[in-house]
Write a protein that binds this ligand. Structure first.
Ligand code: HEM
Length: 452
């Protein structure tokens, strides 16, 4: 961090344009490079203040979080596509929603969800992954994990009876909305083109159909009066302080947010995790031994997951190396100051999570995949706010417990039955979409293990 006498370093438009080719090649590595050159904080020509400094990030995400709201992009644009739910709302409304929804994500409440997750994983292995192993065809791990995570989050939300065809239509609508958001946020000048070529109209039509499916389903559930152990059951039971419940629009908005936030994040993390295991056979072996020694052939459960300490370290280290949410940005509502750096009202500030997790100030040998960084003793040494895969402060990911349980289940169950071998000749890079994703997927072949 610059000391009080140094002004906020700025990247001039000229310097920015000169670096255009490297930015176009890989935005994330470009951000890392300019932050390394500017001691952890820099202002871009579009006025965004970018930082990978843990103290400053802690300041705006936690210590003075009330002064920071979601950016105009989220408020005006993302909201229009995915509604006014936890992720997109701010202020008093966000707090009211967060309080009632948070209770439903408590570990103890996730027992019913655990059963849904395990059923989905078993179904996927028996009907899909076994067939891939049999045919020895090449598959894309990212695609497969996205399919599995989508089924898990949809069924966890709406229950086992929710129609698979409807899940596919909802997924398509969300994925097209995501593509539109990424395209227009990266290149705002493409927006009129979406309107002219009819894509925007199609996206809005899909959104209408998607929302109607969900509204109808919510209505049916309400009419049936059934109490279910899924997330919708939890949302239907929430009560505000005055005794009222969420109305249909709120139930719809929060459902969509959970679907959006809970799919690609877990899916891409699992694709990266299996990739890292495939390229580090000694670590893969240790994970396998931990699972077989502790669980044998027994199905994982909320209780026995606690014994899988090494697989959890591997998951944590995967999220360090590949933090799927690689940037968390905010807009200050009033002028602010941190260590004499002035942050102006309306000027976006971004916590560059990828840079934070690869910063030698906080991590020794940051490019090395080393799950031992996350042993209980080593965790105690970590600098506060230097590890933020789930964000930090009051807006920390509400689905963190859900996601960790889901990913541990997937890891434990898949590694016992399968080994993934990377197809040769691939160059595995990453690209910044809404999540940090592999550039061209991760191609593997699947073999069934014979040891169990
Ligand atoms: C690997 C998995 C996941 C990762 C890395 C992740 C990461 C994050 C991060 C970094 C944030 C904070 C964003 C910000 O401060 O602007 C966040 C927020 C959120 N996440 Fe997750 N997430 C994951 C899975 C999930 C799942 C499974 C769900 C739901 C089922 C979920 C629901 C949410 C919601 C609703 C928010 C908004 C919370 C709020 O603003 O109060 N996430 N997530």
């Amino acid at each position: 961090m610059p000391n009080s006498s140094i002004k906020l370093p700025k990247l001039s438009l000229f310097a920015f344009l000169r670096k255009w080719p490297s930015m176009n090649r890989n935005l994330i590595l470009f951000f890392k490079e300019i932050l390394d050159q500017n001691d952890g904080i820099v202002q871009l020509p579009n006025k965004l203040v970018l930082t990978d400094d843990a103290e400053l990030i802690q300041y705006f995400l936690q210590k003075n979080y009330k002064n920071y709201i979601k950016t105009a992009l989220v408020r005006n644009f993302v909201k229009n596509q995915i509604g006014n739910g936890l992720f997109t709302s701010d202020g008093a409304y966000w707090l009211k929603q967060r309080r009632v929804i948070q209770a439903g994500f408590h570990k103890k409440k996730l027992t019913g969800i655990a059963t849904i997750m395990l059923d989905e994983i078993n179904h996927y292995m028996d009907h899909i992954m076994d067939a891939y192993a049999e045919s020895n065809e090449e598959i894309d791990l990212e695609k497969e994990m996205t399919y599995l995570a989508s089924k898990i989050v949809s069924k966890s939300l709406f229950g086992q009876e929710f129609d698979n065809d409807k899940i596919d239509i909802i997924d398509k609508s969300i994925s097209n909305a995501n593509k539109y958001i990424v395209a227009v946020s990266k290149q705002p000048f493409t927006k009129p083109w979406y309107h002219l070529n009819g894509d925007y109209k199609r996206i809005m039509q899909q959104k209408k159909i998607r929302d109607q499916f969900i509204l109808d389903f919510i209505e049916e559930r309400k009419q049936s009066g059934e109490k279910r152990d899924d997330l919708l059951g939890m949302l239907l039971e929430t009560e505000y302080e005055d005794g009222s419940c969420m109305d249909k629009q709120q139930l719809l908005d929060e459902s969509i947010i959970l679907l959006v936030a809970g799919n690609k994040t877990s899916a891409t993390t699992m694709a990266w995790l299996f990739y890292l295991l495939a390229t580090h056979p000694e670590i893969e072996q240790k994970v396998l031994e931990s699972v077989t020694d502790n669980l044998g052939n027994v199905e994982p459960s909320i209780d026995n997951l606690r014994s899988l300490t090494y697989p959890l370290q591997v998951l944590e280290e995967t999220l360090r190396i590949y933090p799927v949410v690689w940037l968390i940005d905010r807009e200050p509502v009033e002028d602010d100051e941190f260590a004499e750096i002035k942050i102006k009202k309306g000027q976006d500030i971004g916590a560059f999570i990828y840079g934070l997790h690869h910063n030698p100030k906080y991590w020794k040998d940051p490019e090395k995949f080393d799950p031992d960084r996350f042993t209980p003793e080593n965790k105690k040494e970590q600098v506060p706010f230097s590890y933020l895969p789930f964000g930090g402060g009051p807006r920390i990911c509400i689905g963190k417990n859900f996601a960790i349980m889901e990913m541990q289940f997937i890891l434990a169950m898949l590694i016992r039955r399968y080994q993934f071998t990377l197809s040769p000749g691939q160059e595995i890079g990453f690209k910044p979409l809404l999540t940090l994703s592999p550039t061209n997927g991760i191609k593997v072949r699947v073999q069934k293990r014979t040891t169990l």
